[in-house]
Design a binder for this molecule. Structure first.
Ligand SMILES: [Zn+2]
Length: 393
């Protein structure tokens, strides 16, 4: 998104309390938790939450259920950096959360302390919920982008995301381990990420605000008629949908580590089409070129980050219909009985697929049934159900 001429880039937001604000709680309804500033250099979501909570406080609208705004990485927000020691949105792995709870992490860093404080808040609000729980993680990107939704592909997440007139990106939970959204989904709640635009673009605040209102309506916390500008907010986001496929899938990740010397070539936009052999970036080993004709996803234009870029491709709408249908059948529950498939010996919620025996069951088959691939080698795939646990037989 190009910065509008009259606007100056967004300044940081400085020191903040963990709770950005709270509204509702007087009548039963959903619990909507919006997290902003999970990355400290992304102030747009925080500003948008101030706007929405301010309008609710002014009595413009009244909520069913509750809306809670939480700030993510406070020390990183204070200095306007993505993170201090490690990325706070790559460590929401259930085993790691367990170790954090038990005080068993050696070398606790600033982000571990932030995660513990956020967990306390999340558990408190989830614990008092009287209806469905929705957790929305608000982000922006280092490259220019149109707004979009990113989600772990469960049917409930998909259904919720339909409330936003933007493109949807799936497959992130296979390429990125340990996002908050992924963790909340594995607890059985609805969770999506919303990416509003470039970090410094003032329009990102508008798009975040539009998304928050639309998601409050989608969750049932508000009726359409309750939000004065709802049509304008919807049109604001709808405008971008024309230029992109409605659903895309991330299928490849170019990881980077400190010392790689990774530098993205200038000028790429998020979702830009690239062609096979196109020069995308450089690092110490030389030129990095596109392996095929795909869409570039989240090219890295900031100092900190573990991913140089991802590659994405469109998802056939028919695939979505078929996968919705298959997941409503008993097939996911009887998957462990298919030839070449068995339960993981150490983890009840995972399946081990012997690729030599189950040659006709590629990874896409398990995607259709609602599983994601956790690890793979030449002989085996290990898959886990996206909603956590295993479908009951
Ligand atoms: Zn972010």
């Amino acid at each position: 998104m190009a910065t509008r001429k009259e606007d100056t880039p967004l300044p940081g937001v400085g020191r903040l309390p963990r709770q950005i604000g709270h509204a509702g709680g007087h009548t039963p309804g959903p619990t909507v938790i919006c997290v902003a500033g999970m990355h400290g250099n992304e102030p747009a979501g925080i500003r948008a939450l101030h706007r929405v909570l301010g309008k609710i406080e002014d009595g413009m609208v009244s909520l069913r259920g509750e809306l809670i705004g939480l700030a993510g990485n406070l020390p990183a927000i204070a200095v306007g950096k993505r993170y201090l020691a490690h990325d706070l949105n790559r460590r929401w792995i259930p085993e790691r959360v367990g170790a954090l709870d038990r005080g068993r992490l050696s070398d606790e860093d600033s982000e571990d302390q932030e995660q513990r404080a956020l967990l306390v808040e999340l558990r408190q609000w989830m614990g008092r919920a009287r209806g469905d729980i929705f957790v929305i993680d608000l982000h922006t990107t280092s490259a220019p982008t149109v707004p979009f939704v990113i989600l772990g592909d469960t049917l409930r997440n998909r259904e919720f995301a339909r409330g936003l007139p933007t493109s949807i990106v799936i497959g992130v939970d296979e390429q990125l381990v340990g996002t908050l959204s992924d963790y909340v989904t594995s607890l059985g709640h609805v969770s999506i990420g919303f990416e509003a635009g470039q970090h410094q673009d003032p329009a990102s605040v508008d798009y975040h605000e539009a998304a928050i209102w639309l998601m409050l309506v989608r969750s049932g916390a508000l009726d359409r008629a309750d939000v004065p500008d709802l049509d304008r907010f919807r049109e604001m986001l709808e405008e971008f949908r024309k230029s992109l496929p409605p659903v895309m899938e991330i299928f490849d990740r170019h990881g980077v580590s400190r010392g790689d010397g990774f530098v993205m070539r200038p000028g790429f936009r998020n979702f830009q089409k690239v062609t096979r052999g196109e020069h995308l970036a450089d690092d110490r080993s030389g030129e990095i070129r596109a392996p095929g004709n795909h869409r570039l996803f989240l090219p890295l234009y900031q100092g900190l980050g573990d991913e140089g870029f991802f590659l994405a491709r469109p998802v056939n709408p028919l695939w979505l219909i078929i996968s919705s249908w298959l997941r409503s059948t008993r097939l996911p529950a009887i998957a462990p009985r298919l030839p070449g498939v068995r339960r993981h010996p150490e983890s009840q919620d995972r399946l081990v697929v012997n690729r030599r025996v189950a040659r006709l069951l590629p990874r896409e088959f398990f995607h259709l049934l609602g599983f994601r691939v956790r690890t793979e080698d030449r002989d085996h795939l290990v898959v886990a159900h996206r909603e956590g646990g295993s479908p009951e037989e």
